[in-house]
Design a protein around this ligand. Structure first.
Ligand code: PLP
Length: 457
């Protein structure tokens, strides 16, 4: 058995961690943690600390940790057939079954699922399919993709460009020129504090119309958005937003990609966020909740409308020149089948809706009167608390004060609860596993209040 201090040294000497301050980590100036095991909503590190994971990893372990049914399905698949590819019409019972299970649950007018490994590569696939689609339709100029500031769609070249967060662009020469951004539907951060929600929606629509006008609708292929902004701050859209945006997209023949990497498979208490907000997407991105992260797997669900053009494309040009070695990996697919079965058997989607409503209500009740809490918001099992220096003037703290990270660190230290300091703004995010109980939700809210008081008084 390795000692922690030795692991600590090997970690700092050898391991290039994602989304980490590399220099501080290598020098041993920032904390590291070695996770050993987990069960339900709790994870445990090598030092025996048991932590309530109120962010489900990276909002992905939706059915909770330690599900033996999924572990067994993975082991059975690995024993029977660990790998075969899915090129030129090959498949496995797991991958074929999973594609059917996804389509059975997807919003109407969806046709096929292409499988990838993670949310970033699924969105890269989507952009390629959209470009192919417009080339087949004889519209080679119609290629730009509109994303929103504060949207999160991955960290590849195109997907990092789609992501509307400064950290993901700075010094990486992103965004690429085919990606353009529009206003985030973030009512709390509206510029004009006198605007009603309705006026703010009209403003978002006007911004989108103006962008389309400037660029030319015949150069714009698609609009991508998360039904509810996730990493950009956990921000539900204002009422009427999606209806109004979709009307603009339809008018200009712009495809809609619903990025459901976080919302897909139940996080909002409905199977898809598109169901929740009345979206009618042309393509849906799925990942995280598809396997509850028991194995890497993502997907692009393609609508009938897009699929017909892709078929035409291969009739004209031969097989589609797109695929990964690990597309529809049997182990990921087996995990996905077991995970979706478990969601149904344990009624976890409706639990997410019910406990989510409870978590959001109790969080709002406990925190919304605090002098430095500007907004408590959420939907289903997504919840966020945003901190301000002054409520009346909605003045934000200086980013250098790191109020959000300080509060999440205090919550971890005092109550052993993991919440996520979201990357842009002083925003504490919660996205627990769907098996969260009311008592655990109470624990999260009480701990958060204690942490807020400890940092801000
Ligand atoms: N899309 C959304 C909405 C996400 O939240 C994420 C990751 O958090 C991604 C895409 C990228 O997924 P991955 O990190 O699996 O590449």
């Amino acid at each position: 058995m390795l000692k922690n201090d030795q692991l600590d040294q090997w970690d700092r000497d050898n391991f290039f961690h994602p989304s980490t301050h590399l220099a501080q980590h290598a020098r041993g100036e920032s904390a590291n943690r070695v996770i050993k095991t987990a069960s339900g909503v709790f994870i445990e590190d090598r030092d025996g600390n048991k932590l309530l994971d109120a962010f489900a990893g990276l909002y992905c372990v939706n059915v909770g940790y330690g599900r033996q049914e999924i572990a067994e399905a993975i082991a059975d698949q690995a024993r029977e057939l660990a790998y075969y590819h899915s090129y030129v019409g090959h498949g496995t019972e797991a991958s074929i079954t999973l594609a059917k299970m996804i389509l059975d649950r997807a919003p109407k007018n969806m046709s096929k699922v292409y499988f990838g490994l993670g949310g970033s590569d699924a969105n890269e696939t989507n952009v390629k399919l959209i470009w192919y689609y417009n080339n087949i339709l004889g519209r080679p100029e119609k290629k730009k993709i509109i994303s929103r500031w504060r949207g999160y769609h991955g960290s590849g070249l195109v997907t990092g460009s789609l992501t509307g967060l400064e950290l993901f662009h700075k010094k990486f020469d992103l965004p690429v020129e085919q990606v353009i951004h529009t206003e985030a539907p973030y009512y709390f951060r509206r510029e004009d504090l006198n605007q009603t929600e309705e006026q703010f929606v009209a403003h978002c629509v006007a911004e989108l119309e103006a962008l389309i006008e400037r660029e030319g609708a015949d150069t714009i292929a698609a609009f991508i958005g998360e039904p509810i902004l996730g990493t950009g701050g956990i921000v539900p859209p204002p009422a009427g937003y999606w209806e109004a945006i979709q009307a603009v997209l339809k008018k200009h023949d712009i495809l809609l990609v619903a990025d459901e990497v976080v919302t897909g498979f139940g996080r909002l208490g409905t199977m898809f966020g598109s169901d929740h907000y009345g979206l009618e997407p042309d393509i849906i991105t799925i990942a995280k909740g598809l396997t509850s992260a028991y194995a890497p797997l993502s997907g692009s669900i393609v609508s009938d409308k897009v699929w017909k053009v892709l078929e035409q494309g291969t009739d004209e040009n031969g097989p589609i020149g797109h695929g990964w070695t690990y597309s529809a990996h049997p182990i990921g697919a087996a995990a996905g089948v077991a995970n979706l079965k478990l969601l149904d058997e344990l009624n976890l989607v409706s639990n997410a809706g019910e406990v989510g409503a409870y978590l959001n209500a109790t969080m709002a009740e406990a925190l919304s009167q605090h002098a430095n809490v500007g907004d408590v918001r959420g939907e289903g099992l997504l919840c966020a608390v945003e901190f301000v220096k002054d409520r009346d003037s909605r003045t934000f703290f200086d980013a250098a004060d790191k109020i959000g990270p300080q509060i999440s660190a205090k919550l971890l230290e005092q109550d052993k609860i993991i919440a996520r300091a979201m990357p842009q703004g002083d925003i504490l995010g919660f996205a627990p596993p769907f098996c969260l109980t009311h008592a655990e939700a109470d624990q999260v809210v009480e701990g958060t209040l204690r942490a807020v008081k400890a940092v801000l008084g």
